[in-house]
Design a binder for this molecule. Structure first.
Ligand code: NAG
Ligand code: NAG
Ligand code: NAG
Ligand code: NAG
Ligand code: NAG
Ligand code: NAG
Length: 482
């Protein structure tokens, strides 16, 4: 009896060990684990052949190098046709007693359904909420089960201009405000005072118009850009994973390439406006103006970064040695100055990813690195670092031993364990790294503010032209000559 138990325990342990080893080997042998250049997400396509592909999180898209992710604004829906719709999750229990709908859009038609929720094939209730445009007037209708309310805006709206609608109800009483006017009040019929919604919420018309209440214009969709929908103070995610679109385009000016030229990055701002973040050497609204000379100094204003991928730079950072001089003028006492490391995903060593980073932490200059065997940290404080002048920082690492110095202040550290070589994704960042908190596994969250003037890899190779040799320059808006 006892022997049987021991045998079955041994067998179980053995089975678990085999399974664990298989899983681990599989993980470790995937290309993503071994050598992935993916900046954000790496997916092993075929473990045998080593094929992998890179993906980006929402709000980013893959650069043409198929590895780097560049900011790509999440688009807003543009209802293009009279049968367009965006299907959003049901509001169901969110709104029985009180419903407050705030919606901003730019209609390009003066008749049609803006928003509808109520019926579903399965629901037995007559309750609904309906917002339409009828001859340019906004009409708010709702039914709590005993007869509809109909509230019509006094003013008609203008075609192709931004409008804001606030349609609210408390029990049977409803108020409709358009563009912040004083509002019109109405009352639903009968005695029902709770709204029982079952179906999805639609922007545009219902996919089965015969399930909609038969009011003029409710069977076609309004057309135009929808900027924002807020229900009971919760902004709806118009691009969430459960959202379905039918004949819907993007109304972001940044979609389809956007207007920014010369490698500028397009950023959406409110109400269909945009902003171009120009690389050094270019300016103006769409980065269309080339500056006469390329400025030499990169000024970081808080959310910008420079990324370098050139082999002559990355080989001086990774491997057995890292050695460079960087001349900086910090304008705030915290922020990430330099980062190079492995990609976010996956992190298999158990000691976090490998990286080397230089940052300011509350006035202290810090060099931190991890060779796969745990973090090492050098702190240096320098009395005049924030005096408004440039200071040259020296970073040197040979294997597991690294030193950091600025002026007469300096320090060194030896990393734990046997790690000697630094592996990175062959990307080097200055000023910040996109998705800093996640990418640095929670170590850094603040971007550098200040100026960088020179960057020299003295023992390895190049004098980097900060504002010319980059691969991505994001939000380095102010470049200075000097
Ligand atoms: C994976 O790669 C191997 C070796 O190149 C190939 O034989 C196999 O068909 C591939 N599998 C798939 C699913 O593509
Ligand atoms: C990126 O992937 C696309 C499609 O798979 C391919 O056509 C293109 O050549 C790749 N680009 C690079 C730089 O590898
Ligand atoms: C919707 O648009 C199509 C094509 O533009 C048109 O043929 C159709 O009559 C329109 N339907 C309504 C109800 O206006
Ligand atoms: C509204 O403006 C859009 C875009 O300029 C135009 O295509 C459409 O014909 C206009 N509609 C009306 C009813 O004026
Ligand atoms: C663009 O840069 C030039 C200097 O090269 C400057 O004269 C001009 O005012 C700048 N324009 C804008 C819009 O910032
Ligand atoms: C470096 O500074 C940090 C934060 O001020 C502190 O937690 C850490 O103990 C210091 N480490 C060394 C090695 O001085």
């Amino acid at each position: 009896m006892a022997t049987t138990t021991i045998y079955s325990k041994l067998l179980l342990t053995l089975t678990l060990w085999v399974a664990f080893t298989a899983i681990r080997n599989n993980l470790v042998s995937g290309s993503c684990a071994r050598r992935s250049g993916c900046e954000q997400i790496c997916v092993d396509v075929n473990i045998t052949s080593g094929e992998y592909s890179c993906q980006c999180r929402r709000g980013y898209k893959l650069h043409t190098d198929n590895e780097t992710c560049v900011v790509s604004p999440v688009p807003k829906p543009f209802l293009t046709a009279n049968n367009s719709y965006v299907e959003l999750p049901s509001l169901s229990d969110l709104v029985p007693i009180q419903t407050i709908i705030e919606l901003t859009m730019k209609p390009t038609s003066l008749d049609g359904t803006i928003l509808f929720t109520g019926y579903s094939v399965l629901s037995q209730t007559a309750d609904f909420i309906l917002l339409t445009l009828e001859g340019g007037h906004v009409v708010f209708r709702y039914d709590l089960g005993s007869g509809p309310a109909e509230i019509r805006s006094l003013q008609s709206i203008e075609n192709n201009t931004w409008i804001s609608i606030k349609a609210s109800r408390w029990g049977r009483v409803g108020v409709l405000r358009v563009n912040g006017d004083t509002g019109v009040v109405g009352l639903s019929l009968g005695t029902a005072s709770r709204l029982n919604l079952k179906g999805y919420l639609y922007l545009g018309r219902h996919p089965s118009p015969c399930l909609m209440p038969q009011f003029a214009s409710s069977s076609i969709s309004v057309t135009g850009c929808v900027e924002k929908v807020v229900i009971n103070y919760q902004t709806l995610d118009l691009n969430g994973p459960q959202v379905k679109n039918f004949i819907v385009d993007n109304c972001s000016p940044c979609s389809n390439g956007g207007p920014c030229q010369n490698g500028g990055i397009c950023k959406d701002s409110t109400l269909g406006n945009y902003m171009c973040l120009c690389p050094c050497g270019f300016n103006n609204t769409n980065c269309e103006t080339a500056q006469d000379r390329i400025p030499r100094i990169a000024k970081f204003t808080g959310d910008g970064y420079l990324m370098y991928t050139d082999d002559s730079i990355t080989r001086c950072v990774q491997g057995a040695r890292t050695s460079f001089l960087l001349t900086i003028k910090p304008l705030s006492t915290s922020g990430l100055i330099f980062w190079s490391g492995q990609s976010t995903f996956p992190s298999v060593s158990g000691h976090g990813k490998q990286f080397i980073a230089l940052n300011l932490c509350d006035g202290m200059l810090q060099l931190r690195f991890n060779l796969g065997t745990g973090d090492a940290l050098v702190n240096v404080s320098h009395p005049t670092l924030f005096d408004g002048n440039y200071h040259t920082i020296r970073v040197q690492r040979t294997g597991n031993r690294a030193s950091l110095s600025v002026g007469r202040s300096g320090g060194m550290a030896i990393s734990p364990g046997s790690g000697y070589y630094l592996r990175t994704n062959r990307k080097v960042y200055l000023g910040a790294v996109p998705d800093m908190w996640e990418v640095t596994e929670g170590r850094y969250s603040t971007s550098f503010e200040g100026c960088l003037r020179t960057w020299i890899f003295e023992q390895c190779g190049p004098v980097v032209m900060l504002t010319r040799d980059f691969y991505v320059a994001a939000n380095i808006e102010n470049c200075l000559f000097g």
